[in-house]
Design a protein around this ligand. Structure first.
Ligand code: SF4
Length: 285
């Protein structure tokens, strides 16, 4: 069960995405997957490269569209474990419509967002996660005017059945939350603070270490209480890490579709003759 491949990541030294890659590889092995049972679909951005760096099926998709592809893949082959991944710009700007609807739909996939609060690949523009007052020498030298999106509040409000957050500097917790997400039967939303060491000079590793509130240090926290989870998120200004909310009762989308086959669609028998099938294909030529 080796999820490493021979491709050398071209992320900048120190980029938080290295830890996310390692955590996915460890979590996939820990839950007993084989590489051919895992598919990773990514969007565009530095984080989008991750689908090529893991020994599994990989598809580097288009900007903001990892989730539609990942959902289609899961519906076509329920035997696969499917991860969608991308950055905060990819998922919370151009891809936001897909994010909200994928969450409420609750298909059994895991969505991992590498949240560095900036656009790294295009050299440092502010993202929907850049905080109000965020000083960016090129794009908001006097401080960003817009407030940042709160991904945890958004996910809970959209009806998420699994919400977790972690940090690239905490590989143990990061691996544990991805492992729990892979085991969850429904849509798992995992937001990861993954610092961009090249362009974000505000939200650094040190900044996160000073501001994170780790749920592992709050022993009486109950992740099944949705209202309490929302209150804790707001109380900590979205800086909670750990498993924040999980609802194991809600049935996932593919289990609600009447008569939807449990096996991959490609294994279903064709209900038309070979001749009619060829005629059908010819109509699309
Ligand atoms: Fe990572 Fe930022 Fe470098 Fe992109 S630009 S690889 S996000 S450190």
């Amino acid at each position: 069960k080796d999820f490493r491949n021979n491709v050398k990541p071209n992320w900048c030294p120190g980029c938080g995405d290295f830890a996310v890659q390692a955590a996915i590889q460890r979590a996939a092995a820990n839950v007993g997957l084989e590489p051919e049972q895992l598919a990773i679909v990514s969007g565009i951005g530095c984080s989008g490269r991750i689908s090529g760096y893991i020994n599994a099926y990989g598809l580097h998709g288009i900007h903001g569209r990892a989730l539609p592809i990942a959902q289609g893949l899961k519906m076509a082959n329920r035997e696969l474990t499917v991860i969608a991944s991308g950055g905060d710009g990819d998922g919370f700007a151009i891809g936001m419509g897909h994010t909200v609807h994928a969450i409420r739909r609750n298909i059994d996939i895991t969505y991992i967002v590498m949240d560095n609060q900036i656009y790294g690949l295009t050299k440092g523009q502010n993202s929907p996660r850049s905080a109000q007052g965020f000083i960016n020498a090129k794009y908001s030298p006097q401080g960003s005017i817009e407030p940042a999106l709160s991904p945890l509040e958004m996910a809970l409000a959209a009806g998420a059945t699994f919400v977790a957050q972690s940090f690239s500097s905490n590989l143990k917790q990061l691996t544990a939350v991805i492992e729990a997400a892979l085991k969850h039967n429904g849509f798992s939303f995992v937001n990861i603070f993954s610092p961009c060491v090249t362009f974000n000079k505000v939200n650094t590793y040190e900044w996160f270490k000073e501001n994170i509130v780790d749920l592992d240090e709050i022993p009486d926290y109950d992740p099944t209480n949705r209202a309490a989870a929302m209150a804790k998120i707001m109380e900590t200004n979205g800086m909670l890490t750990g498993l924040i909310y999980q609802n194991k009762e809600k049935v996932s989308y593919e289990n609600l579709v009447p008569n939807f086959p449990k096996e991959a669609l490609c294994k279903q028998p064709l209900e038309i003759s070979e001749e009619d099938f060829q005629k059908l294909l010819a109509e699309f030529k």
